[in-house]
Design a protein around this ligand. Structure first.
Ligand code: GLC
Ligand code: CA
Length: 549
């Protein structure tokens, strides 16, 4: 490693995206504005009955771990009875639990246990499409004239599909029914899109929200919240299908982001307002961040996930732009940013950031960055263990993206592999050691096991736990305001809150950086940080939190 020092200090040039944003609401902060939400991929978290599939009983038994870790809430990927075509995102019954995961009483017990531990439970809701096995779609297949048929987008038999829309998972967005009609599916053919212009659809989803809110859940992550409505005339999209890095844009103007969808969120917000302390967080994958922020206006979704960090390469311009543009766009509508570095749809960050020791060091530094930023932070299960993207052999793959692209796209299985809990055979995922997990766990994952990392003071797990504890003590972290600036390869986020300032400084370069500071280092993401009276020497791919006096 080069010993050359690169100066970095508070005098860094102010960038256009580093302007302070509007101060947060003055009333007492609702919990979700700065919550750390842990995303549980239910199928892969913990298997309570030994069938190799994660379930609610397994999750319940592991709640003390999440409380020990120090998160505020958990969001559970879909738990509904499903056709199994897209990891539970093809729902057959929205007011039930897939028997593989348990039953409704297990959700109630989970919520009650979680509450005792100070944790909130957020469910996933999937309003853009159902499963093709949903009773409505089955009825519509059997009888084109039944009322259920108008809850989907069907078109009469013809040579060509009704328009040029493409499925996000590959191929055309239209498939044929056995009687030759076309039906729309913006995802897999097993996920027919709902027609939100039929009022029964809206009514039914409001019933679903109330069903779960009445059982004590603290809200919903809303799948594909930028979808639901389609162009009323189902006109051709104007451009080639070519989603940009950050999401959909004008080339798909007819498919996504229709103005009518905002009324749905206003109605859902009104429902949530009847239940204190609940919230809606939307998945809004649009290229224009200002459009994304509109989904979180004060009377719509409480927040929309910000995927910029998740999609940014490890360098200062990309990260600074990701942070600054999100602070600005969401600040303009008075919503907190909901930061995301990993989820069940993207490669694990250790791998995205270069893999091996480098990827891990960067992922550790990124964790400090994530947890310093004002707003809520979403932590994907296993990221607190520094899990890399797993190699899943083709014959074990389950993701429709892999199959619909004819194997061209690897698919998302590698970030959905079961959690390693201990270093025994089966890594403690299933109660029964000999159970075959639903996706194979790489043999070397024993070394990432929770049981090992709890014993190693320098582990990623301990870093997350410490960072969450420090964040809870310092209002500047998570609840404050922030500005972002760069100097060469050094990124600085200056967070103020509660009358104090904490700087998160990340060295994204290849050389040790010298950070001018008289402050106190609260936490460092890796070894080799040296502090003197006036400066902090920061090794490459390392972050520190510095409390300024
Ligand atoms: C969202 C989910 C993804 C799913 C898709 C279709 O993007 O995060 O996992 O495949 O919606 O429901
Ligand atoms: Ca199970």
């Amino acid at each position: 490693m080069s010993a050359r020092l690169v100066a970095a200090g508070t005098a860094a040039a102010q960038q256009p995206w580093s302007r302070p944003v509007a101060p947060p609401a003055t009333q007492e902060q609702p919990w979700w504005r700065s919550a750390v939400v842990y995303q549980v991929y239910l199928r892969s978290f913990a298997d309570g009955n030994g069938d190799g599939i994660g379930d609610l009983a397994g999750l319940r038994a592991r709640l003390p771990y999440l409380s020990w870790l120090g998160v505020d809430a958990l969001w559970i990927n879909p738990h509904y009875p499903s056709g199994g075509a897209d990891g539970g995102y093809d729902v057959v019954d929205y007011r039930a639990v897939d028997p593989e995961y348990g039953d409704v009483s297990d959700v109630e017990a989970l919520v009650a246990d979680a509450r005792r531990l100070g944790l909130r439970v957020v469910l996933d809701v999937v309003p853009n499409h159902t499963s093709d096995r949903h009773p409505w779609f089955q009825a519509a297949l059997a009888d084109p004239d039944c009322p259920e048929a108008s809850r989907y987008h069907f078109a009469p038999p013809s040579e060509e599909p009704p328009n040029n829309w493409r499925s996000l998972f590959g191929g055309p967005a239209w498939s044929r029914t056995p009687d030759g009609r076309w039906y729309l599916h913006l995802f897999a053919p097993e996920q027919p899109d709902l027609n939100w212009r039929d009022p029964v659809v809206a009514e039914d989803f409001e019933r679903t929200l109330r069903f779960w809110l009445d059982r004590g859940v603290s809200g919903f992550r809303v799948d594909v919240a930028y979808g639901l409505y389609k162009d009323a005339g189902l006109r051709d999209n104007p451009g080639e299908y070519s989603p940009t890095l950050f999401g959909h844009g004008p080339e798909q103007a007819m498919t996504w982001n229709q103005p009518e969808v905002h009324d749905v969120w206003r109605r859902w917000r009104a429902v949530c307002d009847e239940y204190p302390d609940t919230m809606l967080v939307g998945e809004v994958c649009l290229a224009d961040l200002d459009e994304v922020a509109l989904y979180s206006r004060p009377d719509e979704l409480h927040q929309s996930l910000s995927f910029r960090l998740l999609k940014s390469a490890w360098d200062t311009p990309a990260f600074a732009e990701a942070i600054g543009s999100a602070l600005e766009a969401f600040g303009r509508v008075g919503a907190p940013v909901s930061w995301v570095l990993g989820n069940h749809d993207k490669d694990r960050m250790v791998t995205r950031f270069g893999g091996g020791g480098t990827g891990l060091a960067r992922a550790r530094a990124a964790a400090l960055l994530l947890l310093s930023l004002p707003g809520s932070a979403y932590v994907y299960a296993g990221d607190e263990l520094g899990l890399p993207q797993a190699h899943v052999p083709d014959e074990a793959k389950q993701d429709p993206i892999f199959f619909r692209s004819g194997g061209e796209r690897a698919g998302r299985d590698g970030c959905r592999v079961p959690m390693p809990w201990n270093a025994t055979t089966g890594v403690g995922f299933s109660r029964d050691r000999s159970a075959k997990p639903w996706l194979p766990v790489p043999a070397e994952w024993k070394r990432h096991a929770v049981s090992r990392q709890t014993r190693e003071s320098g582990s990623v797990l301990h870093l997350y736990r410490q960072a969450l504890a420090v964040r809870a003590e310092h209002p500047a972290l998570g609840t404050g305001e922030a500005t972002v600036s760069t100097r060469g390869h050094v990124l600085t986020v200056r967070c103020t809150g509660g009358g104090r300032t904490v700087r998160c400084v990340v060295n994204m370069g290849a050389d040790t950086a010298l950070v001018r500071s008289r402050g106190r280092v609260l936490l460092e993401s890796g070894p080799g940080v040296h502090t003197s009276a006036r400066s902090v020497a920061l090794p490459p791919d390392t972050a520190v939190w510095i409390a300024e006096d």
